[in-house]
Design a protein around this ligand. Structure first.
Ligand code: FEO
Length: 164
């Protein structure tokens, strides 16, 4: 049986993962409007991954005999100053998600919930990757500055991301 405090925190995390998907979809919409289809593709893939994260926790709650209660999702930002600003926002967002996963893990430890700790290890590893990927793209965009040719090249590279 799932501890009610952990169950509530897992439901909160489902909301955060769907909110992440919403944010990345909004970023995809921005890139579509800016004629950067590779970057839009990257954001679409990211949004799909976030939905998969939410569903992983959704299934886990049910596997443990708990109850999923979906929550409201706030509107994401609709405008961004530049492609660099988008990826900076993405990196900052992932750092917040990492903190949330770590807090959840600490709660599972405090409550002696071993299955939740094991399930969250996947998310802890995933956040290392998510932060690494976002910060690498931020670094590339900072390097190229305002060069349209270089931005075009980076966009081509981001077009190569495909679904996991
Ligand atoms: Fe589900 Fe990007 O963390």
């Amino acid at each position: 049986m799932l501890n009610p405090t952990v169950e509530q925190a897992l439901n909160d995390q489902i909301q955060k993962e769907f909110h992440s998907a919403y944010i990345y979809l909004s970023m995809a919409a921005y890139f579509e409007a800016e004629n950067l289809p590779g970057s839009a593709n990257w954001m679409h893939q990211q949004a799909s991954e976030e939905q998969a994260h939410a569903l992983k926790i959704f299934e886990f709650i049910h596997d443990r005999g708990g109850r999923v209660v979906l929550q409201a999702i706030d509107a994401p930002p609709a405008t961004f100053a530049s492609p660099l600003a988008v990826f900076q926002a993405s990196y900052a967002h992932e750092q917040k998600v990492t903190k949330s996963i770590h807090d959840l893990y600490a709660l599972a430890v405090k409550e002696g919930d071993y299955p939740t700790q094991i399930m969250l290890q996947w998310f802890i590893d995933e956040q290392v990757e998510e932060e690494k990927t976002a910060s690498a793209i931020v670094a590339q965009l900072q390097m190229v500055g305002d060069s349209p040719a270089a931005l075009f090249m980076i966009d081509r590279q981001l077009a190569a991301r495909s679904g996991a």
